[in-house]
Design a protein around this ligand. Structure first.
Ligand SMILES: [Cu+2]
Length: 318
């Protein structure tokens, strides 16, 4: 979907570039913090995923210039009418009504503008739904008022992520009310599927730098995805009013290298080997027998034997 956007990007960037440069040049020069809001900054938080880049482009290069142009046009028309056609300047008003040319224009022009917006809007919408084959699945559950993260493929059972207390945040030099006690950890440049649900009321999982926002609804599993391009710590928050402590259930995602991720999974008592090869490499029967073995035999022995051969293939492929 990157390439689909590229052509349009070039086209629209040419049109919008002049106006945008004046508006955004200044803020682009300032050093924006990655993965968190920058005090005193304007413009959207910089992104580190393809979807976020496309969304920021859609907002800054398509929507904003159109909105600005329409607002200025309406303002100019108002000023023109007030100045030129007030009672003193225009004592005898014209008597005509209906003008076919004008009526066709003010009907067609908005339609064309909306169709133009829809082209970019739908491309982006489809891109969000068009998830590549995921390398990793994380289940995020919203609770009143904290998050739980589970890694089913790595057999990392759910752990709880609370807001980091103020004194600890200060001591660590991390942003209070964004930092969490336990971050969600994911490898860089990997497609991460996030399964999102709510345990009690509706919450929402949102990380601005990833361009991801999705509702966490009890009794339903929603799905979204991201592919972070840069190692770093990215903060988000619950984005659905969920009770008195809604503002105090931050999301902290740490994007790390694959070896660091493997090490982290090990500290959580999981293993990074199984899931991926079973889907792509191994034949259907092999994939089918593996889980039954796991269930029947001791969980330690069986999966280790089943996964030792596909594991190197997986690390070599990625
Ligand atoms: Cu919430």
């Amino acid at each position: 979907m990157k390439s689909r956007f590229k052509g349009m990007r070039a086209l629209a960037t040419g049109v919008a570039a002049g106006a945008m440069a004046a508006f955004w040049g200044a803020s682009a020069l300032a050093e924006d913090l990655l993965g968190q809001p920058t005090p005193g900054a304007i413009d959207l938080q910089p992104g580190v995923t393809p979807l976020r880049h496309d969304a920021v482009f859609f907002h800054n290069a398509i929507l904003l210039p159109i909105i600005t142009a329409i607002t200025l046009l309406v303002l100019a028309l108002l000023i023109w009418v007030v100045v030129r056609y007030n009672r003193r300047a225009n004592p005898t008003p014209a008597r005509w009504s209906h003008n076919t040319a004008i009526e066709v224009t003010w009907t067609l022009a908005p339609v064309l503008i909306l169709v133009f917006i829809a082209i970019f809007s739908f491309k982006l919408l489809f891109a969000y739904h068009d998830m590549p084959k995921p390398d990793l699945t994380v289940k995020a559950t919203g609770y009143q008022w904290y998050w739980g993260y589970e890694y089913p493929d790595q057999k990392v059972s759910e752990f709880i992520s609370n807001q980091l207390p103020e004194d600890q945040a200060k001591a660590k030099g991390v942003p209070f009310r964004l930092a969490a006690t336990e971050p969600m950890v994911v490898p860089v440049n990997k497609t991460v599927r996030v399964l999102v649900t709510g345990a009690d009321v509706i919450h929402a999982f949102a990380v601005p730098a990833f361009g991801v926002t999705i509702d966490a609804i009890p009794g339903r599993v929603n799905e979204t995805w991201f592919k972070a391009e840069k190692v770093g710590t990215y903060y988000g928050q619950c984005r659905e009013l969920c009770g008195v402590d809604h503002a105090f259930m931050p999301i902290e995602v740490r994007v790390v290298t694959q070896p660091e991720f493997d090490a982290w999974v090990a500290t959580k008592g999981g293993s990074t080997a199984p899931a991926a090869p079973a889907v792509e490499g191994a034949a259907q029967p092999a994939a089918a027998t593996a889980p039954t073995n796991t269930a029947a035999a001791a969980p330690q022995g069986a999966p280790a034997a089943a996964t030792t051969s596909p594991a190197p293939a997986a690390s070599a492929a990625h």
